[in-house]
Design a protein around this ligand. Structure first.
Ligand code: NAD
Length: 301
């Protein structure tokens, strides 16, 4: 068997194109606005933020980047978030990770208003996802993975999905999403024993561990669907967590690195921002506020 390539680049471009059309046709002068907090001088973070800003502009989403030195304290950062939470012009807030070590990332993320938490990293949104609540804002990478799986046309119900990695930003939320799609989910991690045996049971394998080419052909069930989230650099070349060429001989579908999950992440962040904007617009028109004009961020009728 030679695996079909799941072309994340093309699927993401379609998501962005449809989003751009919706934003132009539905919203006139009103545009969604995303605020991105960037702390410190991490080169990779700068590149990610630049890409997000460019992609936002292309679909008609405003993007304001707020940059801070890595000496900023947690309290000062919380004040920034508080301001953005109250600012009715801002629809989505994300904090580019990683933050400097002296700042408690989870504490910062937990202070973003859940309706503006378009990365879905606030524990409240993670909790909604775990409770299968449709109102959860689901983080971009897992949402993109689901879209890639849907593009294959395979039925997810009842499938055994093996997730490698249990991080808050990929492994856990993607496991919850797959569970909510009625998959039987095995979550594996760095302490898992007999990893290859568990992976071999997977009809779907999501590799998100950051270990270059860890997943071998012998680990794969014939005809499995392989989603490779990993981004690793070996001898200056990008590769995923899956031994791509060999695994292609056994899998039915596989995502490449680059060009698979990566492009979907940015596209789904934009989609999350648009959806947050629409919900906030609806709240403004539906809601008669009790705050008396004292700055809760709502529009008074
Ligand atoms: P992380 O370091 O926070 O978590 C890695 C997880 O993998 C941990 O839960 C750990 O237990 C597990 N793990 C590590 N080594 C393992 C091993 N040998 N066997 C089994 N499990 C192992 O990483 P993350 O933020 O979840 O990201 C994972 C990978 O995905 C990284 O390469 C990252 O760059 C990439 N990533 C890509 C995108 C994208 O848009 N394409 C988005 C986020 C992360």
């Amino acid at each position: 068997m030679t695996a079909k390539i799941i072309d994340g680049k093309t699927i993401a471009a379609k998501v962005r194109e449809e989003l751009a059309q919706k934003i132009v046709s539905e919203n006139g002068q009103d545009m969604p606005v995303l605020a991105v907090i960037l702390v410190g001088d991490n080169e990779a973070s700068r590149i990610y933020v630049r890409n997000k800003k460019k992609a936002a502009a292309e679909v008609g989403i405003g993007c304001e980047v707020l940059e801070f030195s890595d000496t900023i304290g947690e309290h000062a950062l919380l004040e920034v978030i508080d301001e953005l939470n109250k600012n009715s012009y801002i629809n989505g807030i994300i904090v580019q990770l990683p933050l400097p070590k002296h700042i408690d990332s989870l504490h910062i993320l937990s202070k973003i208003r859940p309706e503006k938490d378009v990365d879905g990293f606030n524990p409240y949104n993670a909790g909604l996802l775990a409770c299968r609540e449709p109102d959860a804002i689901v983080s971009a990478t897992p949402r993109g993975i689901l879209k890639l799986l849907e593009s294959t046309g395979i039925e997810l119900t009842g499938k055994h999905a093996v997730v490698i990695g249990r991080s808050n930003i990929v492994g856990r939320p993607v496991s919850m999403l797959l569970l909510n799609q009625d998959c039987t989910v095995s979550i594996t991690h760095s302490k898992t024993e007999n990893l290859s045996e568990i992976v071999r049971q997977g009809d779907i394998v999501v590799a998100a561990c950051g270990c270059a080419k860890l997943v071998k052909k012998e680990w794969i069930k014939e005809g499995a669907v392989i989603i490779d989230v990993g981004i690793n650099r070996v001898d200056g070349k990008l590769c995923g967590d899956v031994d791509f060429d060999a695994v292609c001989e056994k899998a039915a579908f596989i995502t490449p690195v680059p060009g698979g999950v990566g492009p979907m992440t940015v596209a789904m962040l934009l989609e999350n921002t648009y959806e947050a904007f629409k919900k906030q617009q609806k709240l403004k028109t539906d809601h008669v506020c009790q705050c008396g004009g004292h700055g809760c961020g709502c529009h008074h009728k």
